[in-house]
Design a binder for this molecule. Structure first.
Ligand SMILES: [Zn+2]
Length: 73
């Protein structure tokens, strides 16, 4: 006997690949998530913002150093 209910459940399980958000570790499904590999758009933006902030802080560190140089003169 073939149980179509079991087959459809199995197909759903096979299709839904569970992934872990690299930002917060929350589990999410790859196929249902437009923000993959993150759990949500928020985590994706936070991760992008982290890189942007690192670039900003590198550029920002140069300004106070320049100010110190002018004060020493
Ligand atoms: Zn997340």
């Amino acid at each position: 006997m073939f149980h179509w209910a079991c087959v459809s459940v199995m197909m759903l399980l096979m299709k839904r690949t569970e992934i872990k958000c690299p930002r917060c570790g929350q589990k999410t499904f790859w196929q249902e998530n437009p923000s993959r590999p993150f759990c949500s758009e928020k985590c994706r933006l936070v991760d992008l913002g982290r890189w942007a902030n690192e670039e900003y802080s590198v550029a920002g560190n140069k300004a106070p150093q320049h100010e110190d140089d002018t004060q020493n003169y």
